[in-house]
Design a protein around this ligand. Structure first.
Ligand code: ADP
Ligand code: MG
Length: 438
């Protein structure tokens, strides 16, 4: 499971070699596709995307280098194995559909099964199922020329799936479609990846599609020049190997940055740099603590909630220097934090004992002090009754917030929106702490 399902090694493809019209289409392309990944190969027209896809499927023999499918080199496969690969291992979807005009839709979809020698009825049953799934079952008796582009592409996806391959290759599958049909086809491919767990390799020159992929391989002039990861599905071992850059070989700029950003790993530098930057920037702007200080603290807090450590150990661990395994906070921050946590936990306990008026009263007292609320008796009573409704799960957070926000005349408390939001959020965190499955 840890091995790539498809891999190219220093792949080189030269068309018309040695002739006047020689085209060097791929130079030393080494890519690895892992099971269940959705990979997009992206680049401008003519950069070699299709050539790479056809090489990976065994349709285009390499001039140099190798293609390995599940640990077996294509060059070492027998003719029979290659045929088998195309019939059941890989499903292909093309921009031009390649449906056979003289066969009806169902026959087109079932065609790859004909060569597998399955009974006609069994074939049709499968075909109908797939046509149904992609919303084109009504077209099954029609001929390709009677269908719209979007319908034809859905038929060709059905055809690619008929022998249930593990991998789908799609070469600009929406290149000829209007935007609505494109969206539809792209959604189907995404679903095949997420629900059916098909490995998908899709070629496109359209940047609007990139968000669909788990990983994007950028190509230019026959070379891969960059990779981007949206969702990491490769096994940890595989990523470690990619990040196998020696520390000494890193640029000085990066080394200096790593002194401060201790979580900045080589893996991130290769593929997760933007998410890392975004997280750091977020922490920096929103909080005075850095990411390590928050992460360490949060792991101690988890231990506390699991009751593996008590509040004193939590407090000491937050205070302890980062180098000594603590969170490296200062004392003031620790005591303010512990104070809040204790209050929240205690209220959660009070509420969980019973949703009676005294628990609503206690919650009201806590919130009144925390937010400096000044209510007369009437508003105070209303406040308590709103809180009681929330504790009893008769209303949700938004209804509570609205009750706090709308004017007194309309039966609310007439607080500022901002305050109503903060109070209801505080109540939610207490409700979350109280929540238990038992
Ligand atoms: P892309 O799919 O990114 O548009 P291709 O892989 O189709 O790029 O083509 C890469 C280069 O190889 C282009 O310069 C193209 O003209 C050339 N090429 C592709 N197929 C052939 C072929 N069968 N014979 C000669 N040149 C080709
Ligand atoms: Mg192409």
């Amino acid at each position: 499971m840890d091995n790539p399902i498809i891999q190219t090694e220093n792949l080189k493809v030269i068309y018309n070699r040695g002739k006047e019209n020689e085209v060097r289409s791929l130079f030393d392309v080494s890519v690895k596709i892992y099971p269940k990944e959705y990979v997009i190969i992206y680049g401008p027209s003519g950069c070699g995307k299709s050539t790479l896809l056809y090489s990976m499927s065994g349709l285009q023999p390499p001039t140099e280098g190798d293609v390995i499918i599940k640990t077996k080199s294509i060059s070492k496969m027998t003719k029979k194995e290659i045929v088998e690969l195309h019939q059941v291992g890989i499903g292909m979807v093309f921009q031009a559909f390649y449906l056979i005009p003289s066969l009806d839709i169902l026959e087109n979809v079932c065609l790859p099964k004909v060569f597998r020698g399955e009974s006609k009825n069994k074939r049709k049953e499968e075909g109908i199922k797939l046509l149904h799934r992609f919303g084109v079952v009504e077209q099954s008796k029609k001929f390709p020329s009677q269908l719209s582009g979007g319908q034809k592409q859905r038929v060709s996806i059905a055809r690619s799936l008929i022998n249930n391959p593990e991998v789908i290759f799609a070469d600009e599958p929406v290149g000829n479609l209007d935007s609505e049909s494109s969206e539809n086809v792209m959604r189907i491919l995404k679903e095949l990846n997420e629900i059916d767990e098909k490995t998908i390799v899709l070629v496109t020159h359209n940047a609007e599609h990139l968000h669909f992929a788990d990983r994007i391989i950028y190509m230019k002039d026959g070379k891969v020049f960059k990779e981007e990861v949206n969702k990491e599905k490769r096994p940890p071992e595989a990523i470690k190997n990619i990040s196998n850059v020696k520390y000494e070989e890193l640029s000085n700029e990066l080394k200096l940055l790593m002194r401060t950003f201790k979580n900045l790993s080589l893996k991130q530098v290769n593929s997760l740099l933007i998410p890392f930057k975004s997280e750091q920037l977020m922490h920096h702007v929103l909080s005075e603590l850095n990411q390590e200080q928050i992460q360490t603290a949060s792991s101690y807090l988890k231990e506390f909630l699991f009751k593996d450590i008590n509040i004193d150990v939590l407090s000491k661990s937050l205070d302890l220097d980062y180098e000594k395994g603590g969170a490296g906070w200062n004392r003031q921050r620790v005591s303010a934090f512990i104070g809040r946590v204790q209050h929240i936990i205690r209220l959660a306990e009070i509420i969980s004992v019973g949703p009676d008026s005294s628990s609503a009263q206690a919650l009201s007292d806590y919130l009144t002090e925390l937010f400096g609320l000044k209510f007369d008796q009437k508003r105070q009573n209303r406040f308590i009754s709103f809180l009681r409704s929330r504790i009893k799960n008769k209303i949700d957070r938004f209804e509570l917030q609205k009750s706090l926000d709308i004017s007194e005349l309309l039966g609310g408390l007439g607080l500022y929106k901002n305050k109503a939001e903060k109070i209801s959020r505080e109540v939610e965190i207490i409700m979350l702490m109280k929540y238990s499955q038992y």
